[in-house]
Design a protein around this ligand. Structure first.
Ligand code: AMP
Length: 397
């Protein structure tokens, strides 16, 4: 079975074509700056790469373009569109409607529209991508895989906010959590690497990238996570502020005379390690600036490491202990110094980092010492393969 995995953002589209007989990635690529005259289309296949700059007015044109590339004589990997058996879409917000991946039907489309209220930036492009595929390939089954679904197992005590109960009932105000596909992949993969059933493990997964979240995963089920009603909550991130005293929002809007959308931009795009350092949202730039003595870059890094460590402690308490701590995503997989700084002070939990083993990037690897009672691993995330696996399973049903 051949599955096309799509991840549509507001002006971008990432894709992978996966042969599910052996989980081989046949081709992959990216369309950026959709809606612009100088949109960029990058296609990779068989170790080769092609990049084209051209006008790409909308997502439908982008989907058509990638299908042309996939079936092209020179850079194609399949003879025709008919070779694609199913399409799996990453969908950011499934609200309380979806606790698992689902076949996309008219009913599901209506539910996705309802969830858009809660993710106005993310869900609409996902829906546009699904509609574009429907228009071009009406007979190919499509599956939605949600960022929020894995977190639907959280108990009410973890997902409720201390606000009037009506806000939950009437407006859906609660913690949903995000990066669920990544957390689910890493939990399954680390269990496989350890040779233990995921049902017997208490895992804290640290998904640390431009956006970051931690999840407490007990016996294979998420029991708590740091992101909340939106992906703005939890640890401070590249440009997002993370947890705040909510009264700050009112105070700043009042004092600076900001509208809701200006405050939204401040918290989502101008905060986090970028806002603190004034240097960059990229952790590599911060590391370099801090090494040259930039105190604000160092402060941003210190805050990030401290907040991640603090949540590890909180989630160990939430699960009555922890067996495994995993690191994934850009910083988690590559940030050797970041991991060392985060783990410095976790020894009381029984988590001891091995400096030699920690000197690793981008592959499944044990990084704790032999006498560390809590095992620590780097596990590169693979959301696309989870989407492809779910799609295969649901279409085969
Ligand atoms: P992601 O959102 O998962 O793509 O992660 C992006 C983040 O990973 C950026 O802040 C990068 O700076 C960071 N990253 C990538 N490589 C490294 C590295 N070698 N050391 C530290 N951070 C890295």
């Amino acid at each position: 079975m051949i599955v096309l995995v799509l991840n549509c953002g507001s002006s971008s589209l990432k894709y992978q074509l996966v042969n599910m007989d052996n989980e081989e990635v046949m081709a992959k690529g990216l369309v950026e700056r959709i809606g612009m005259e100088d949109a960029v289309f990058t296609h990779k296949w068989n170790g080769q790469k092609k990049e084209v700059t051209q006008s790409i007015p909308d997502h439908k044109v982008a989907v058509q373009l990638l299908l042309n590339a996939l079936t092209d004589k020179e850079c194609g990997v399949i003879a025709s569109m008919d070779a694609i058996d199913a399409i799996g879409h990453r969908v950011v917000h499934g609200g309380e409607e979806f606790a698992a991946s689902t076949l996309i039907t008219d009913e599901v489309m209506k539910a996705l529209e309802r969830c858009s209220d809660m993710a106005p930036l993310h869900n609409p492009p996902n829906i546009i991508g699904i509609n574009a595929c429907k228009a071009i390939m009406p007979n190919v089954p499509q599956v939605a895989v949600f960022d929020t679904a894995f977190h639907q197992t959280m108990p009410a005590k973890a997902y409720m906010y201390g606000l009037p109960y009506e806000l939950y009932k009437e407006n859906g105000i609660r913690r949903y959590g995000f990066h669920g596909t990544s957390h689910r992949y890493v939990a399954g993969q680390v269990a496989k690497v350890m040779g233990k059933p995921v049902e017997e493990l208490r895992i804290i997964n640290c998904h640390l990238g431009n956006g970051s979240s931690l999840a407490a995963i007990k016996n294979g089920k998420c029991v708590d996570t740091t992101m909340g009603f939106t992906p703005l909550a939890g640890v401070l991130m590249g440009t997002r502020c993370g947890d705040l005293d909510p009264a700050i929002v009112l105070n700043v809007m009042d004092k600076k005379g900001l509208s809701t959308s200006e405050m939204d931009t401040l918290m989502n795009k101008k905060s986090g390690v970028l806002g603190i350092s004034g240097v960059s949202s990229d952790f590599r730039d911060l590391g370099a600036a801090a090494a040259e003595g930039n105190e604000r870059a160092q402060l941003a890094l210190d805050m990030f490491h401290y907040q991640v460590r603090k949540f590890i402690g909180a989630f160990a308490a939430a699960m009555g202990g922890v067996d495994v701590i995993t690191f994934t995503a850009g910083v988690g997989e590559n940030g050797i110094e970041d991991r060392a700084a985060i783990c410095d002070g976790l020894e009381y939990l029984g988590a001891k980092l091995c400096p030699e083993r920690n000197n690793v990037r981008g592959k499944d690897a044990l990084i704790s010492t032999d006498d560390s009672t809590v095992k620590m691993y780097v596990i590169p995330t693979n959301e696309e393969i989870m989407i492809a696996r779910d799609t295969k399973e649901i279409v085969a049903e």
